[in-house]
Design a protein around this ligand. Structure first.
Ligand SMILES: [Zn+2]
Length: 59
């Protein structure tokens, strides 16, 4: 059993670029996780496509 580090990802609205959600996931399963997702954007006030962007924690 590998001790995977969790990777943080920010979901941004593709229309207004507002960060909608922050999630963490296991890097080992990166391929199985969606890179796009439909979410409700409060700013656009509609369902938008959000794109995942990995966020690295700086030192
Ligand atoms: Zn938006």
């Amino acid at each position: 059993m590998a001790h995977g580090k969790s990777q943080f990802a920010v979901w941004r609205c593709t229309k207004c670029n507002t960060p909608l959600k922050t999630t963490s996931y296991n890097k080992n399963h990166n391929d199985t996780i969606a890179k796009e997702m439909k979410m409700f954007c409060k700013k656009c006030r509609e369902q938008v496509v959000a794109k995942r962007k990995d966020a690295k924690k700086g030192n």
